[in-house]
Design a protein around this ligand. Structure first.
Ligand code: NAD
Ligand code: UDP
Length: 311
């Protein structure tokens, strides 16, 4: 039995990870400040004596014994990470310093949930790990993008300078049950709007693309990455390469929900990336032929079922 710390464990992805790690017989310590997470995401785990839920903000030091750390704490939706940009930077940067310091002291392996946002508005398509990205350092997304880029730098330097065992994954747009109805990201917005027969809000002309990964596929990759040989540190892209534009996504969701919603065009937010699609050859090679198993329609059906219950 391993003792595993999950920061941001009460969030969307973190709650699925905690559940899976417990099911595999591990002891899990879930740390969260509940900014965008919720106790309801992990309430079903609270009866398990091997699960511990701790309210803590990772911008402050945290001391615990653990074999592995998954560092997921950070708001991920543009609406939430731009709510208090300075706090977002502190969470990414000071949070990384605190968790890396902890990993160094207790000799734990630590995995960083980085993001496709480190590629910014990419002019290389699809994005490979060797691409350095195109990020506006002073734009409204920079608190998140640059925070995550700085965290990657901290990880690599703690590895080089202090031999900390690190893993960096760059996660592409992920969706599924337990996203908040007011999360603000596109899939939850469109599903909630469609189920309520309200206008579907397309930002810009809707031709911008994203590649959407169902949460179970991501969790599988995170665990495989953590279990790779210590030599493998990443960064490794984790995503589903099927690419869609927002109009196609809206059509799909309207038809799967049998909705009467109409499209409403709204202003495109500043620096919204035009295209995004992962090259996942490295993940396939390093993670035992890992590849996403759930296509967009299958994943949307499950996510729509969830939102029907929540709303
Ligand atoms: P989320 O907002 O649902 O989860 C983030 C969790 O971190 C929440 O529970 C929140 O309360 C907690 N948190 C935030 N700041 C904290 C702090 N200072 N101290 C302690 N806890 C804090 O988002 P998510 O989609 O589950 O994302 C999880 C991680 O994965 C994030 O690091 C995010 O950047 C990364 N990621 C997600 C996606 C995606 O598409 N979902 C894509 C790329 C990267
Ligand atoms: N988007 C949209 N309508 C919404 C929410 C988002 O058209 O109600 C667009 C947004 O402009 C972006 C894409 O959907 O081009 C994905 O946005 P999201 O916030 O989900 O993720 P990110 O931009 O961080 O990839």
């Amino acid at each position: 039995m391993k003792k595993i710390l999950v920061t941001g464990g009460a969030g969307f992805i973190g709650s699925h990870l905690c559940e899976r790690l417990l099911n595999e017989g591990n002891e899990v310590i879930c740390v969260d400040n509940f900014f965008t997470g919720a106790k309801s995401n992990v309430v079903h785990l609270l009866d398990n004596p091997y699960f511990e839920l701790i309210r803590h903000d990772i911008t402050m030091p945290f001391y615990v014994e653990a074999d592995e750390i998954y560092n997921l704490a950070c708001p991920a939706s543009p609406v939430h990470y731009q709510f208090n940009p300075i706090k977002t930077i502190k969470t990414s940067v000071m949070g990384a310093v605190n968790m890396l310091g902890l990993a160094k002291r207790i000799k734990a392996k630590i995995l960083q949930a980085s993001t496709s946002e480190v590629y910014g508005d990419p002019d290389v398509h699809p994005q490979t790990e060797s691409y350095w990205g195109n990020v506006n350092p002073i734009g409204s997304r920079s608190c998140y993008d640059e925070g995550k880029r700085c965290a990657e730098s901290l990880f690599i330097n703690y590895h080089k300078q202090n031999n900390v065992k690190i893993k960096i994954v760059r996660i592409f747009n992920t969706y599924g049950p337990r996203m908040l109805p007011n999360d603000g990201r596109v899939i939850s917005n469109f599903i909630v709007q469609a189920l309520q027969n309200k206008p579907i809000t397309i930002y810009g002309d809707g031709k911008q693309t994203r590649s959407f990964q169902y949460v179970d596929d991501l969790i599988e990759a995170l665990i495989r990455m953590m279990n790779t040989d210590n030599k493998i540190i990443g960064p490794v892209n984790i995503g589903n390469p099927e690419e869609f534009n927002m109009l196609e996504l809206a059509d799909k969701i309207i038809s799967l929900t049998d909705s009467k919603s109409k499209i409403e065009y709204q202003e495109l937010p500043e620096d919204d990336p035009i295209q995004r699609k992962p090259d996942i050859s490295l993940a396939k090679e390093l993670l035992n032929n890992w590849e996403p198993k759930t296509n967009l329609t299958q994943g949307l059906v499950k996510t729509i079922d969830y939102f029907k219950k929540v709303l």
